[in-house]
Design a protein around this ligand. Structure first.
Ligand SMILES: *[C@@H]1O[C@H](CO)[C@@H](O)[C@H](O)[C@H]1NC(C)=O
Ligand SMILES: *[C@@H]1O[C@H](CO)[C@@H](O)[C@H](O)[C@H]1NC(C)=O
Ligand SMILES: *[C@@H]1O[C@H](CO)[C@@H](O)[C@H](O)[C@H]1NC(C)=O
Ligand SMILES: *[C@@H]1O[C@H](CO)[C@@H](O)[C@H](O)[C@H]1NC(C)=O
Length: 454
């Protein structure tokens, strides 16, 4: 992030005294009129309007084995954004970014098109290793994750961060869950401690029936600092021709009814038979919107596994019939009016007990590695990008986690709300502050943002 001198002065006059040293809250971008998305209860909001994710997963070049960052590619964004506009989407999900590159061009072009970003903060080299979770949850990993947050926190159209994608991908590796949850906690704390806007942090779960919902409950249990901001699932159970009942989405909704966090589909779009996106009409109907906030179709471009809506060749984009079907499905499906059945409360879940399906012995989480705590105070520094040495094997006694976190250890110690400090180590102090803090920070960020845009 490169705040201008003018910006720093402006920021200082509104939020300076309560912002972490050296950290801008929102870099002013005069061209942007986008409203940052917030959360109340189990839903997303754009101002006072309920916000439903209508989007696609965007990973051009992501199928060739070399991790590529599609939004560091200004020309690629200029090539593809008109097709996003034609589809009528409001969000893209990007799986891999280079946190040493600039994303200003693409993020500003997306802003002009009214498109938000859901971003995965891990990548092939800097990520948890499901086969060695304890070793891979280390400060080298967190430094990369935090540098990614630094790189995207100032864009008003950064909707959410995903702390992991399908880290649990089988019944055999639920033991990695505490490390995913600790990473999610650490990201929330970093965002708060650095004085950034309250950007939501959640997780994208694999389509594994045996543990998808257990992980949802797990990420929403415990003290508030330990709870994710939302949950998202990859789901391929609706294969056209189908229906709410035939697909099992009726059971899905029943299963997640009363879940306390916003929920959306981070991937959907089965290709088993013909695919004409009949599920869109159901996903954005009140059969589902009390529980789900829309979803992302997997995926924009053909990358070798047959899910693409377009074929990209050099500078040419060729939509296929599924692109047209999705475009028509979105057009035919307005959002429900009003709240769409959303709940305004955000209750915690009960942590799932250890079982044959859930190999997590208790509710303890690993403490943040001591070597990562300095990032909370001083910032993460330069991102390692996609070509560094990687983090999975970087753990040693100096930069791995030691011991179990105490309840409330992830509470934010600097916030953008005047005078409030949630330094308490007790869970009750953290809980009682949660509502006030999120309300206060929404108001102050909103105020600061609207003044900066004048
Ligand atoms: C997935 O989990 C099942 C049940 O625990 C196990 O039999 C199987 O080997 C696992 N597969 C992989 C690829 O780990
Ligand atoms: C709903 O919950 C039941 C009981 O836990 C589970 O067996 C089933 O797989 C779930 N179905 C879906 C679609 O999530
Ligand atoms: C909503 O659910 C009802 C009852 O299950 C079903 O008859 C109807 O087709 C569903 N509507 C949509 C749009 O899926
Ligand atoms: C973490 O440990 C590795 C391996 O010993 C070391 O190379 C690296 O510098 C350490 N990183 C930090 C941030 O302490």
């Amino acid at each position: 992030m490169k705040p201008s001198a003018g910006y720093s002065l402006l920021a200082a006059s509104f939020v300076g005294s309560t912002t972490a040293a050296g950290t801008p809250v929102i870099v002013p971008r005069a061209s942007s009129t986008m409203t940052p998305i917030t959360i109340t209860g189990n839903a997303f909001y754009e101002g006072s309007e309920r916000f439903y994710i209508r989007g696609v997963d965007y990973a051009p070049g992501g199928g060739i084995g070399t991790p590529t960052d599609p939004i560091a590619d200004s020309a690629g964004c200029a090539r593809d954004i008109p097709y996003f506009t034609q589809l009528g989407i409001n969000t893209i999900r990007v799986y891999t970014i280079d946190n040493s590159a600039s994303h200003d061009d693409c993020m500003e072009a997306l802003q002009k098109a009214g498109i938000y970003l859901v971003l995965d903060t891990d990548n092939d080299k800097y990520s948890l290793n499901r086969d060695a979770p304890e070793e891979s949850y280390n400060s080298v990993y967190l430094q990369s994750v935090f540098a990614t947050i630094d790189a995207f926190a100032s864009y008003p159209n950064t909707l959410a961060f995903l702390s992991g994608n399908e880290v649990i991908n089988n019944a055999s590796n639920t033991n990695v869950a505490p490390y995913v949850k600790a990473t999610t906690r650490d990201m929330k704390q970093y965002i708060g401690d650095r004085g950034y806007r309250k950007i939501a942090v959640g997780y994208s779960a694999a389509d594994v029936d045996a543990n998808q919902q257990l992980m949802a409950e797990y990420l929403n249990c415990g003290t508030d600092d330990q709870r994710a901001d939302f949950y998202s699932i990859n789901d391929y159970s609706w294969c056209d021709p189908s229906s709410f009942e035939t697909s099992g989405w009726d059971t899905l909704v029943a299963n997640y009814t009363n879940y306390g966090l916003p929920l959306f589909m981070s991937e959907y779009g089965c290709i088993t038979n013909s695919r004409n996106f009949q599920e869109v009409a159901t996903l954005y109907s009140t059969n589902m919107t009390g529980v789900f906030s829309g979803g992302l179709v997997y995926e924009f471009s053909q990358e070798g596994n047959g899910y693409g809506l377009v074929t990209i060749s050099g500078n040419t984009v060729t939509p296929n019939s599924q692109f047209t079907d999705l475009e028509n499905a979105y057009k035919a499906t307005p959002n429900p009016s009003g709240s769409g059945g959303a709940s305004t409360s955000s209750q915690a879940s009960t942590c799932p007990p250890e079982s044959d399906q859930w190999n997590v012995a208790n509710d303890d989480l690993p403490a943040m590695p001591a070597a990562a705590e300095t990032f909370l105070k001083n910032g993460a520094g330069a991102g390692p990008g996609l070509t560094g040495a990687g983090s999975q094997e970087a753990g040693d006694s100096e930069n791995e986690s030691v011991g179990t976190a105490s309840a409330g250890s992830g509470a934010v110690t600097q916030t953008s709300s005047a005078g409030s400090k949630a330094t308490g180590s007790g869970s009750s102090a953290a809980s009682s502050l949660r509502l006030d803090l999120s309300f206060m920070s929404m108001v102050s960020v909103g105020l600061a943002a609207s003044i900066m845009l004048l």
